[in-house]
Design a protein around this ligand. Sequence first.
Ligand SMILES: Cc1ncc(COP(=O)(O)O)c(C=O)c1O
Length: 409
Amino acid sequence: MEAKFPPDPVMTDVTTAWDDKFCDRCKMMSSSIIREILKFTQMPDMISFAGGLPAPELFPIRAFEEACAHVLKTDGQTALQYGLTEGYGPLKEALAERMGKYGVAAGPDNILLTNGSQQALDLIGRIFIGAGDVIVTGKPTYLGALQAWRVYRPRIVGIPVDDEGMQMDALEAALKIENPKFVYILPNFHNPMGVTLTLERRKKLVELAAKYGTPIIEDDPYGELRFEGEDLPPIVVLHKQNVIYLSTFSKIMAPGIRLGWVVAPEAIIKKLVQAKQATDLHTSTFIQMIAHDIVKRGILKAHAKEIKRVYGERRRLMTASMDEHFPEGVTWTKPQGGLFMWVKTPEHINCMELLETAVENKVAYVPGSVFYPDETGLNTFRLNFSNALPDKIVEGVKRLGRVLEKAIG
Ligand SMILES: Cc1ncc(COP(=O)(O)O)c(C=O)c1O
């Protein structure tokens, strides 16, 4: 007799208590509030300054079309085959050359391709953080790093950040009594604050890190997006052996391709490669070959120039609108690049609670407290200026101005 397909299910009324099965580490996982906010930003007429989204109308779609066709035609078999964990060789070479122009001396063996910088952050957590280990971050800092690392149960020591970046006096005070695994720093156009670490503080950071034997994780997704002022040297240039440097194609090409890279001493790359092997074997060869083709054709320079022009205009429009519509007592940063600016309200305003009113008025931001390791900073919020079109920027700032005015009274 032929077996029945599909077979009848085994009849049982027992249901699995999945919650009891999750491990302790899993209990430390939480959804990013930004992802939650992004859900209601899909509502009609909503103007969202919440997500860290690049301007989609600037994505180099044509270049991707051409690169896809070219890669498949000329080397489709390599593109669709398994690849090396370290990354696609020609892309690593191109990145080494590109980093060289940026002042960062790196050979292909110092580079690892990742699924965006976000994966690099997770891999760093895997190889460095054990339960109870101390790590140092800014206060505030990038939420995705907190999310990636909290599962490894570190004790996070937050160092205040001001208009000149992380405060070095406070950092030294912490390094004197703690023995952290690393200091995590966002030198250029900080997410969420938009501020840049001054040259003086960069030098001091390198000096302190060497004095106290603390490695530095330099996360630099926005360095190539400066639309005002002068570039500053990456920290890895000031002290190559003590820095793990991260960057990404997310902001200069497109975030949907999920492609980032790490520059680090060879011994660190080897460990990261082992951690990555267990995670996903390797980053998509196809995507790496497409990115390589686009880099090789030299269109990124002109493309970055266009992005910077547009973002510069939007930042200036946003701050001019804020000058006009935000009430007294509210202050904000004026970033010279990147995607974000940071708003401070009077102390008594709780921007987490105020978000509900803002959303009722069809405008969204990210409450600043989510970027603080200790969830303080309630009178702050982050605005993104790269994503909304100019008329939406003006209208959104007007709406937010009215919400703030009413709350402040
Ligand atoms: C500071 C910082 N690091 C890392 C990332 C993650 O970037 P990617 O898209 O490369 O994963 C972001 C994204 O916004 C970021 O702002």
